[in-house]
Write a protein that binds this ligand. Structure first.
Ligand code: HEC
Ligand code: HEC
Ligand code: HEC
Ligand code: HEC
Ligand code: HEC
Length: 447
């Protein structure tokens, strides 16, 4: 791989139901975010497609869920008579008046950030009645009709060459609430249809509760099942895949784990005791629950001035591949340290646990993601520096790596953008860089 190749960053918007992803090619700089030279890439490692792994639980069919997740979620409609203004307000803050603990958790979650600068920054300059882009993205990021600026209809027309074309036409949405749009994945998107609340049952009783605020609620067991999360955390079968693996297939991964067999659902790990934190790759404690690290110095008597070490990570806690998406990069890093505890230049080597794909998602560079109980070993073998007194290992997590590269490109192409986009992309880039953290560290003293 020629490290001097020009940067090749491409923005890919892959049809309905997919996320916009930026995939890094090689860059001018040989800094750590050019990842194509990593040992995993050299060894051409590719995790197998899910079709090769046995299913441990059947895919749950639920007509109710299929209906529940038709997007955009229809407007709630006429307010029920006799309800107070707090009962007919969709904003999470108002739900929080009576459900303060769920609100406090949710507000800190990534679901509350689902229309952050990196997302809305890409949508504002496409807010036109005949542009369906925002609708695609908002199906997962902000699915309520009240969060959409336009009411749109799509019809298919055949042009003079017999080619089928999708024609989108839209009108300003009378129910549009701009401030609700920015709230992302709200309480109401998961819980409210036609003003009716739905939630997990309190016991085995699935009888609707018809008393109390907002006319009670309808209990649904689906809230405690992994399938509830499927709509947004997996792409539909038939959508674009690469090496027979979808770009997002978390539920399908989960179905092939021992957790599915044991009945441990997404909610058990991401909503313990019903808490609405939805912690994941951005949270150091959560990431530490995902893996066990082992760092061992190997003897190398034949070559006395060299250092060999094995750094092994095992997925001992993520209920799907670790990590599940193409977005994050989990780095295994090793370097030599001098008597002052300083890193010695030139001794730092790294590898990654990640799924790295090419610009148009036509090529997978490598895929070292780990299913539960799978391990990956990064072998360090370098000359021992004369000042080296210790060897240090770290697990460094870049939760937003693909987006980091994408925002850089958008900023580079700044002048072509909508004026509001540029500062948002800058903010998103800063956030994505600030989200990097060290999850684990260990130092071994050298004799
Ligand atoms: C099928 C559901 C789905 C659709 C459709 C979707 N996304 Fe996402 N998006 C996700 C999920 C899940 C994540 C978090 C995991 C990740 O980072 O890939 C995410 C993360 C992101 C992020 C990074 C996190 C952040 O908030 O900054 C951006 C930016 C983003 N999406 C933009 C888009 C855009 C633009 C579109 C429309 C072209 C889109 N997404 C469509 C599900 C979706
Ligand atoms: C991504 C979808 C999602 C969002 C967003 C969401 N919830 Fe929930 N909520 C759930 C699920 C799933 C459960 C069931 C959790 C369980 O029982 O394990 C639940 C449970 C509940 C319950 C039942 C009691 C409990 O805590 O288990 C209440 C009340 C509730 N949510 C209110 C809210 C409020 C208020 C908000 C916004 C501040 C909110 N939810 C946002 C999915 C969501
Ligand atoms: C005026 C106070 C009030 C407001 C405002 C309110 N709720 Fe409730 N909600 C309640 C009460 C009280 C219950 C019944 C709680 C119980 O039985 O534990 C309830 C029950 C629920 C349940 C069912 C919990 C379960 O056990 O399954 C859900 C879900 C829910 N609310 C969601 C919401 C959402 C979403 C909003 C905002 C759109 C909201 N609520 C606004 C008071 C309120
Ligand atoms: C309506 C779509 C939707 C549903 C349903 C949904 N999610 Fe998400 N989820 C998203 C989007 C979009 C993001 C990315 C948010 C962002 O861009 O900031 C996300 C992000 C996450 C993250 C990532 C946190 C991180 O650190 O990156 C976790 C964990 C998560 N969701 C868990 C769940 C679980 C568990 C469920 C089911 C109970 C669920 N989600 C249901 C849309 C959804
Ligand atoms: C046994 C516990 C467990 C179960 C079950 C589980 N997860 Fe996770 N999940 C984790 C841990 C730990 C992490 C943090 C490490 C990581 O990112 O893989 C995580 C991370 C995530 C992320 C962050 C993004 C990323 O690239 O990793 C998302 C999104 C997510 N989980 C969604 C889900 C969904 C949806 C389900 C159910 C289909 C689910 N999880 C089931 C433990 C679990």
């Amino acid at each position: 791989m020629n490290l001097k190749e020009t940067a090749l960053y491409v923005f890919v918007a892959i049809g309905a139901g997919t996320c916009s992803l930026l995939i890094a090619g090689s860059s001018k700089k040989t800094g750590p975010d050019t990842s194509n030279w990593l040992p995993a890439r050299k060894a051409d490692l590719h995790a197998v497609p899910l079709s090769e792994l046995p299913e441990k639980a059947p895919a749950l069919e639920s007509e109710w869920l299929a209906n529940h997740w038709k997007t955009p979620v229809p407007a709630q409609g006429k307010k029920p008579s006799g309800w107070s203004t707090v009962e007919t307000d969709l904003s999470p803050e108002t739900c929080g008046v009576c459900h303060p603990s769920q609100y406090a958790d949710w507000k800190e979650s990534w679901h509350a950030n689902a229309m952050g600068p990196g997302v809305i920054g890409q949508l504002l300059d496409r807010d036109e009645p005949d542009d369906g882009y925002a609708e695609i993205c908002q199906a997962c990021h902000a699915p309520l009709t009240e969060q959409h600026p336009f009411v749109q209809t799509t019809k298919t027309e055949t042009d003079e060459n017999g080619k089928k074309k999708k024609i989108i036409s839209g009108e300003p949405n009378p129910d549009f609430d701009e401030s609700l749009r920015s709230k992302g994945l709200t309480c109401a998107a998961c819980h409210v249809r036609n003003w009716q609340r739905h939630g997990p049952p309190k016991s085995d009783d699935l009888e609707a509760v018809t008393t109390g605020p907002h006319g009670g609620f309808v209990p649904k067991s689906e809230y405690q099942d992994s399938r509830f999360c499927y709509r947004c955390h997996d792409f539909r079968p038939g959508k674009r895949s690469l090496n027979d693996k979808m770009i997002q297939e978390t539920y399908e991964e989960w179905r092939r784990t021992k957790y599915a067999e044991e009945g441990v659902h997404c909610q058990d790990c991401h909503m313990p005791e019903g808490r609405h934190l939805f912690k994941g790759i951005h949270d150091a404690d959560m990431v530490n629950k995902a893996f066990t690290a082992e760092f061992v110095l190997l003897s190398n008597e034949k070559v006395p001035d060299s250092i060999k070490a094995d750094f092994t990570l095992t997925n001992t806690g993520a209920g799907h591949r670790f990590p599940t998406y193409v977005t994050p990069q989990v780095n295994l890093v090793i370097w030599q340290v001098d008597a002052q505890g300083e890193a010695i230049a030139g001794t730092r080597k790294m590898d990654a646990i990640a799924r790295k794909v090419s610009p148009n998602i036509s090529k997978e560079y490598f895929d070292t993601r780990l299913m539960p109980d799978e391990s990956y070993t990064f072998a360090y073998s370098e000359k021992r520096h004369e000042n080296a007194t210790a060897l240090q290992a770290a697990v460094e997590v870049w939760p937003d790596e693909n987006y980091t590269q994408f925002y850089k490109l958008r900023i580079k192409n700044g002048p072509e953008m909508h004026p509001t986009t540029l500062p948002m992309m800058q903010e998103a880039l800063d956030d994505s860089l600030a989200s990097r953290f060290t999850a684990w560290e260990q130092r071994i003293e050298l004799d």
